[in-house]
Design a protein around this ligand. Structure first.
Ligand code: PLP
Length: 376
């Protein structure tokens, strides 16, 4: 018997430490994808390790209908640090579940069903979230999905104003598209989205599964754009490797959310992991480091390979290098010849989502490797 979903890579990772991972022969790799943005504090961060170990020894799991101290503390921490007046948290196990809940809450709170989503957007692969994901490849084999989803071109204010009306339940958007190729939206677009959704009683959902947890230079990208959405979703980096997702809501959503639940919601161990992750991000000013090192890395990449590649797009430490059709070949060379692990974003973009704790030395290492790979 064997697994069948993932096309496994020829490197077996056995150990991680900070920005580096080690394979079964002891070879060291710089993890510039942070394993899909899931370890913003780097591998094996002591604060997360300690919080989880302590909680694990006390209580591994208790049904969600009993409060647990780790979950209560996480609710408080998220309310304190969320954009604007967002103060209510639903916890789950993944990004797609966080978006699934957001879509359900929006339909319940507005009484409407239509959802507007963006071309090239990615919101997950369960049936509801999948219906708002753009790529046909992910959707076709499973159709029909939930109806009533309209796709608009990304970062196009006129198209958005045209699509959203009084019967729209939600507009779901990544403030920087990740899977779609690292496409940052303009602040004007995000602010216009806030205005038109407000005027029509539509729930504005920021999918911050990838942009959240400091990745773009603030804990939440919404704070950089100075927009308070009605819901923000998180997952990937939230537990620094532990499976936890969250749907953060304003009061009007939480007051009329309908009926929703999940057995593992906010278990003590993952709550402890997320609590330690978020508090360390804040205490160590990690989003600030992402802004500074992100700018440095992007500037150095522009200088070294700007003329060799089609485009470089970035916000903080969410960086896409558009190399053309050879993205997979470049990724393979980076891994096997330079021991740098990066990610694709579609077929044409090399995506960098490193731990947010990296410094200039690691940035320099990547620039050198990228320069050799793209001029090869
Ligand atoms: C990864 C991702 C998801 C899906 O998260 P899963 O945990 O894989 O279900 C949703 N939205 C965005 C923006 C993502 O990057």
């Amino acid at each position: 018997m064997s697994g069948f979903v993932f096309n496994e890579k020829p490197i077996q990772i056995e150990r991680g430490d900070g920005s580096y991972v080690y394979d079964d022969s002891g070879t060291e790799y710089l993890d510039m994808g942070a394993s899909y943005a899931c370890v913003p504090l780097g591998h094996g961060h002591p604060a997360v390790h300690e919080a989880v170990t302590e909680q694990f020894e006390k209580l591994t799991y208790v049904q969600a209908s009993y409060p647990n101290a780790a979950r209560t503390a996480l609710y408080e921490l998220l309310a304190e640090t969320a954009p604007g007046d967002i103060g209510n948290t639903w916890l789950c196990n993944s990004g797609t579940e966080a978006n699934e809940a957001a879509l359900k809450f929006a339909r319940s709170a507005t009484g409407d069903s239509k959802v507007v989503a963006t071309m090239k957007g990615f919101h997950g692969r369960t049936m509801g979230a999948l219906a708002t994901t753009w790529k046909d490849k992910y959707k076709k084999p499973y159709e029909p999905l939930i109806g009533d989803v309209e796709f608009v071109p990304y970062d196009d204010i006129d198209a958005l104003e045209e699509a959203i009306d009084d019967d729209t339940a939600a507009f779901i958007v990544e403030p920087v598209q990740g899977e779609g190729g690292i496409n940052p939206a303009s602040r004007e677009y995000l602010q216009a989205a806030r205005e038109v959704t407000e005027a029509t009683g539509t729930a504005l959902i920021f999918d911050e599964v990838q942009t959240g947890m400091g990745r773009t230079g603030a804990l939440w990208n919404a704070q950089r754009a100075n927009v308070t959405p009605d819901m923000v979703t998180a997952a990937k980096g939230l537990g620094n490797g532990f499976p936890v997702g969250a749907t953060l809501c304003r009061d009007w959503i939480a007051e009329d959310y309908g009926s929703h639940a999940s057995t593992f919601s906010g278990g003590p161990v993952i709550s402890a992991a997320a609590g330690a992750t978020v508090s360390t991000l804040i205490e160590d000013s990690v989003p600030g480091n992402a802004a500074v090192v992100g700018d440095y890395l992007t500037t150095e990449l522009e200088a070294a390979i700007g003329d060799e590649v089609r485009d470089i797009r970035a916000e903080g430490l969410m960086i896409g290098v558009e190399v053309g059709r050879g993205a997979n070949k470049a990724l393979k060379q980076l891994a096997l010849n330079h021991q740098v692990l990066a990610l694709p974003a579609g077929r044409t973009v090399v995506r960098l989502l490193p731990p947010l704790t990296i410094g200039e030395e690691e940035a320099d290492e990547v620039v050198e490797a990228m320069a050799e790979v793209v001029t090869d």
